[in-house]
Every structure is written in C-alpha cells, then in structure tokens.
Write a protein that binds this ligand. Sequence first.
Ligand code: ZN
Length: 283
Amino acid sequence: MSGPSPHADLTPAQRLDIAALTAAYPGAIAGLEVADGLVTLVTVSGKRFLYDDGRVKTAQEALDDPDLEDMLAQAYPPGPVSEDPAPGFHPGRRRVTGFFLEVYGHDPGEVSAACRPVRFLDRTVMFNARNGAADALSRVSARLADLVARDPGLKEILYPVVGTFCWRTIAGTQRLSMHALAIAVDVNPGRNPYWRHHRRPSDKLSRRRRFPKEVIEAFEAEGFIWGGKWAEYDLMHFEYRPELLTKSRLLQEDRSERPREQKPGHFSMPNIGKDVSVKCIKK
Ligand SMILES: [Zn+2]
C-alpha cells in the first residue's frame, strides 16, 4: 500500500479528490491502494472504500449509494448565493455513509462517547470531537459571537440553535442524517425552512439570498457547508464537511495559478462547556 500522497497513477481529478479527503480526514485515512486501474481508500481501521465503483448512476442512485467520486463530484461553491441551484445540484448531500461511520462512530453509543460539549452561541451542544469537528464548531461560535455583537439582529437568524446530536435518518429516506453523527447543527428552524416543510417555496430564492453572507462565511471558514446551497434546500442546516471546502479551495488555487483570481477561503484553528437538552428535528 502506498502512502496517501499524490500518486503517479492517479488522474488529475482523482488526485484532487484524494488530496481533499486526506487533508480533511488526517487521522482517519491510512493510505491508498491503486491496482488494475482501481483506486481504493483504506482507513486506519482497515475498512476499504472504492474511489470509483464504475457504476453509471441515476441522480437518485448517486444519493442513495454514492462512491467517493460521486460524493465529491459536485463542487461546493463558497460564498453567498445569487441563484437557485440547478435541479439535482446539492453538493454535500451525497455521502458515503460507511466512511462517516468509520470516522465518527458506528452507533449511538459510540457517537455519544465521541462527543464533547461545545459552547455554541447561547447554549451548550454535544458535538463529535473526532476529526476536529467540535473544535471547528467552537471556532464558528467565536466568529458568530463577534458578528452578533456587532449586529444583534443576527440573533433572529441564528436563535434558537437546535438539532445537533440525534440518531435518525433523513425524512423520507433510509439515509443516515449527519445529525446522527453529531457533526451538523440547525439554526432557527422556524425561520430557515427545509424544502419538504416549506409552505411558500416560491420565496426560496429570496430566502437563500437574504441569509446573511457573513454567517455563511463564518461556517465555511471552519469547514462547514450550508444546506441553503442545495436544490432541495435546508436553510437551517450546517454540516462539518471539510473535504468539500478543501476541494473548493484547491480548485480555486489551481485556477488562480494561471489568470489572476481571488484567493480562496481560509481555514484557521480553537474553544469553551455545560449541558442543555437539544431538540431532535424531524426532517
Ligand atoms: Zn440539519
């Protein structure tokens, strides 16, 4: 088995995805196997994940049973939203669940043991401490606290914070929610709707646009994606998916080496604790 560094046998697209994954999950990925044209990611626990399973999938199949290539195929666009995404565009909704179970825990007991309390805005939530997720949420909280201090009106967008750790599937599906792994947080569900429950979908674009860009940026700077960028939107939802932000950054750096373009987003680094019960959102 070779190391996880860029491999001569990989295509540029494969190299980019593998670089994003290994940078985003440094403690979880042991290495890569490249044999007979097949690229396999091997976790430290010894589980193997085929990068490309070779299957041609419908949009639904790519959601229900993605490989790592499918998971990273839709590039997450950092920054504010100006348009509704094309149908089927939902960067981050394709998840290789088995990989995340290896990283964050396989059942409620294991995930619960992996969590630590994180002070997040006005309350304390349980968040997964593996792979830097809880530390990242803590840094988001510090960024948001600064923003709220300057603009108290942001509390209407952010409060109440609900739905962090809750073992469940995504409404209407068999897929495990990332809330089950305690790597997602929902802000003010009453104001920031989820597409299945949104009574006035005609205003979805204006809601995406009105969502404060500084809040989106505070999360993205620490490796979180926003569900407001999905065709089937989830405006309350932020999820720790550093591989997607890393890939976006690498794509931007790659482009900016030729023409002059804006420098990519940043990742920085930590902290805070007390308990509060957190409601489980059904969606
Ligand atoms: Zn959520």
